[in-house]
Design a protein around this ligand. Sequence first.
Ligand SMILES: [Zn+2]
Ligand SMILES: [Zn+2]
Length: 250
Amino acid sequence: MAPTSRRPHRQRPTTHRTRPRLTCTRAGDGALLGRFILDDAAATEFEKALRNAVTYDGDNDTRTHPQRNGDAIFDIAAFYNNNHTGDGTRRHLPHISISADLTTLTDTPIAINDDDARLVHPSCTDTYLCDCIIHAILRDTNGTPHSYGRSRYVVPRKLFRQIATRDGGCRFPGCDRNIRHCDAHHIQWWRHQGTTEYTNLVLLCSRHHHLVHHQHLHLKLLPNNELHVTWHNGQHQTSQPRGAPPKRKP
Ligand SMILES: [Zn+2]
Ligand SMILES: [Zn+2]
């Protein structure tokens, strides 16, 4: 039988470009469910971003591959929110704005997301309170604002730089996220009267910052700057600072 000759397949130029689109909605438990379609160019960028953002925490990493991808999307979104080009200061771009009732902060903080009026999970509120700008607004009983206090940084820039110089990035054991991904976390929580000072602050990337508040992990910073992290089941890990400590104690 004579071999059949095959012409190389010629791909027809497509006349209709796939339009990237995304639809998503919140489920009853607060999870975001969605479906997206990306054309080749967008898919290439997306896959590259995912590969850049995904982390592997070594032998202690029990996350599945899809879970690591989900965490990577969280990091991508948080990094964009922290580094976009909107108005604001270098470290506190206006991205997530919440309103919290001051009288609830000593117990379970009640706050709403100003963008969509949804209740914010208390652990998320605690995470944001660690490192944000606080705008004090007094409202009357109808919720109408009638006076504004001065805005203030929870962690002033100079102090953040000192912590960043010491930590060099996220201090969660095994994490190598750099300073641009990080918030300052109060080891004794800000809401529990934790002081905003050098020895009570460590850098954590957005994902690990939320994790620490959500799981109420116990952190302890030793005088030699070794950080001890303890889980409720007794699991215990340590991390070393990756930066150089400041010469003079602030
Ligand atoms: Zn925190
Ligand atoms: Zn981290």
